[in-house]
Design a binder for this molecule. Structure first.
Ligand SMILES: Nc1nc2c(ncn2[C@@H]2O[C@H](COP(=O)(O)OP(=O)(O)OP(=O)(O)O)[C@@H](O)[C@H]2O)c(=O)[nH]1
Ligand SMILES: [Mg+2]
Length: 690
């Protein structure tokens, strides 16, 4: 049955590793009656961490999609991983979701990865609410975390809850409930094995002054967004709850404020209010601007599709799960209606796809459905050409949406099958893994036959090699990880690529002028642009652009992937009878090769951002160790009894860093390392290649 688009919420749960995303998701599923009792991350029994690798390690590795109803609203929720190696899962989820719940640990506050996911959400303009979890932990600090959210994340948090008590059950003033500042009630959460209840009571007298003060502050801040609210405040009249909610909703959807709630997911306090907040404050697909794309035949022409089932169909593939029975593609439907047994166009690849089956996805289970409409998320089984980032659309109304940009891999590992007989199978499996995971690559060395796999970090590649053994029964020898280099060009050059030849008795003639130049701010590895106005007929230009894009995805002079490069088509010459698309393809390939040769090579290495949290007495040792690793210290700040050191260092000098840092501090320091950028590699590395 079609759903009212206003009743849909597509949301993601994002946070630093271990903040409690999966535990929160599990609780939500329990309160929404999807499961009879909540599973536990620590026992490996949650719905969304269903993979054996996740269950054993107690961490989330891949984004999992679940669907449930709350107060008559239909919620599509994606539980994402917090570990930096799996940041692509967060990226693709935020690209297609309309809102997010950002989880913080009340004990740790705003951690390195909290900041990273926050910036990712900023980039996609995703409205969000904050949930300060783990209020039951010793050292939980709601107000401190609130202040960090405001300062470090540069946003306007608006607390709609206050905690009652803080810390574990054996504490005198243990955390036991929350105050809802909108209804001005204290909420207690009572549950047994089967059911859960939220009981609203009067606010305990000792909390009343604080609650009034925070409520007043909340109304004061919200009055910036509503004249009606300002008026009521000025005349000191009662402000209706409905008005507060609607102003808060508009301000949240407009990305101006962030409602903040608190609780403990593990002990089931404060979770139902998060579900209410998802419904009340996060947008439905109808509340966000229409999706924008371009005409695939004419990339300069912008097109939009409204979130309306009556518009022509368009959607974006954001995840592929390879399966024995074929691939399952996760698709966000932006407009129109899609039915099973229909045909769609993949405009990026210019291929028609059959859509044999549609599935509603429930973590590792799925249920077949017949149709899906604008605003929803669906699994399509049995497509042949489409991968993550591809648009699907109505063949009669083509539109190409912006693809998803993923971070560059930073680590390489050489692997080798134990027997040559297994080589073919290994390559097939790696190909399948690459389809699922856009931050995984592999390459066979042309001369030595060595297979190099590349990924986002040591854990990422360790999990991939485990999968080869566990899931596919492949025996491989794995070598030590090393840095994944990149190439860029040294200077800007202008060249003319030519095609003057005869192919199968037919003369082919084309000339294409391009400029290739360094482009440090490039949003993707190689950016191809058009600066020739209407000088070339659109089909010829399109053919040339396709080849330039393809070449850009290949390697540079030393075979390392290219990045920070811009290629602009400046013009060309057409022959009256002998020019065609093939001629322009060949001229484009010639131009690219020439430009690469003339522009010179700069070798780049991955630079990481580190955040090390160290107790005072070890700061000196940790700093001097960092300096030996060519690290640049960005800043140090004091947080409680610890110092937080933020630094940047080449990945080449950070192998084994976690262990070294732990032994320097007798196990008391912790760190988070994530890719930051690429910088010029030391001259010796380039020399060794020459
Ligand atoms: N004390 C306490 N522990 C919690 C709470 N929520 C989660 N935990 C514990 O924190 C650990 C991490 O929880 P997860 O739910 O796996 O965290 P996550 O954010 O999904 O972690 P990743 O997916 O690996 O990034 C587990 O041991 C949980 O039992 C809470 O409210 N209080
Ligand atoms: Mg998790």
């Amino acid at each position: 049955m079609p759903r009212d688009i206003r009743s849909i919420r597509n949301i993601g749960i994002v946070a630093h590793i271990d903040a409690g995303k999966t535990t929160l998701t599990e609780r939500m599923l329990f309160y929404a009656h999807l499961i009879h009792r909540p599973g536990s991350v620590d026992e490996g029994t949650t719905v969304t961490d269903y993979d054996p690798e996740e269950q054993e390690r107690g961490i989330t590795i891949q984004a999992a999609c679940v669907t449930f109803d709350w107060r008559g609203y239909h919620i599509n929720l994606i539980d994402t991983p917090g570990h930096v190696d799996f940041t692509a899962e967060v990226e693709r989820s935020l690209r297609v979701l309309d809102g997010a719940v950002v989880v913080f640990s009340a004990r740790e506050g705003v951690e390195a990865q909290s900041e990273t996911v926050w910036r990712q959400a900023d980039r996609y303009h995703v409205p969000r609410i904050a949930f300060i979890n783990k209020m039951d932990r010793e050292g939980a600090d709601y107000y401190g975390t609130l202040e960090e959210i405001e300062k470090r994340l540069e946003c306007r948090p608006i607390p709609v809850n206050l905690p009652i008590g803080s810390g574990p059950a054996h504490f005198d003033n243990a955390f036991c409930g929350i105050i809802d500042l909108i209804s001005m009630k204290a909420l207690r959460f009572v549950e047994d094995k089967q059911s859960a209840q939220v009981i609203a009571e009067e606010i305990p007298p000792e909390y009343l002054d604080d609650a009034r003060m925070w409520r007043h502050q909340m109304l004061d801040q919200l009055s910036l967004y509503s004249d009606r609210l300002t008026e009521l405040l000025l005349t000191e009249e009662e402000v209706p709850e409905e008005l507060i909610r609607s102003v808060l909703r508009q301000a949240t959807i407009g990305n101006m404020v962030v409602p903040v709630l608190c609780g403990t997911a593990l002990h089931g306090i404060g979770v139902q209010p998060v579900l209410d907040a998802v419904v009340d404050y996060l947008p439905s697909p109808a509340d966000i601007p229409p999706v924008e794309g371009v005409d695939p035949e004419n990339p300069k022409k912008k097109l939009i599709r409204k979130p309306d089932p009556k518009e022509p169909f368009c959607g974006l593939v954001f995840k592929v799960q390879a399966d024995r029975y074929g691939d399952l593609d996760y698709v966000r439907v932006y407009s129109g209606r899609l039915t099973a047994n229909s045909r769609v166009l993949n405009p990026g690849k210019n291929k028609k796809e059959n859509v044999p089956q549609l599935w509603r996805i429930q973590a590792d289970r799925r249920q077949q459905i017949q149709a899906v409409e604008a605003g929803d998320i669906v699994g399509i089984m049995g497509m042949r050409h489409s991968v993550t980032g591809d648009t699907l659309c109505d063949p009669k109304h083509p539109i190409l949406l912006e693809s998803i940009v993923f971070p560059q891999t930073v680590i390489d590992v050489a692997i080798e099958p134990e027997t040559t007989a297994e080589r073919k199978k290994l390559i097939d499996v790696l190909e399948l893994m690459k389809r699922q995971d856009p931050t995984f690559r592999y390459k066979e060395h042309e001369e030595t036959g060595q297979i190099i796999i590349s990924g986002m970090g040591e854990l990422h590649l360790e999990i991939i090699t485990h999968r080869l053994v566990r899931e596919y029964n492949l025996k491989v020898r794995v070598q030590k990880p090393r840095v994944s280099y990149r190439e860029t060009v040294e200077k800007a050059v202008e060249v003319t690529g030519v095609c003057h030849r005869i192919v199968a008795g037919q003369p082919l003639w084309a000339e294409l002028v391009i400029r290739m130049e360094p482009f440090p701010q490039a949003p993707k590895p190689v950016v191809v642009t058009v600066e020739c106005g209407d000088a070339l007929p659109p089909p010829f230009l399109k053919a040339a652009l396709e080849v330039l894009e393809q070449q850009g995805e290949g390697g540079g002079t030393f075979g390392f992937p290219l990045m920070q490069v811009r290629v602009a088509v400046l013009g060309g010459r057409v022959h009256e009878t002998e020019s065609n698309e093939l001629a322009f393809r060949l001229a484009a390939a010639d131009a690219f090769d020439k430009a690469l040769r003339e522009a010179g090579v700069v070798l780049l290495e991955p630079i990481m951002r580190l955040e090390v949290t160290v107790p005072e007495e070890y700061v000196g040792d940790v700093l001097s160790d960092l300096q030996q690793r060519r690290a640049e210290i960005v800043r140090t700040t004091v947080r409680g009894k610890n110092t937080v050191i933020e630094a940047r260092a080449p990945l080449a000098n950070l192998f084994g860093y976690s262990n070294a840092m732990r032994s320097l501090s007798q196990g008391r320091a912790s760190c988070s390392i994530e890719p930051h950028s690429y910088g010029p590699a030391p001259a010796e590395v380039l020399e060794s290649l020459l």
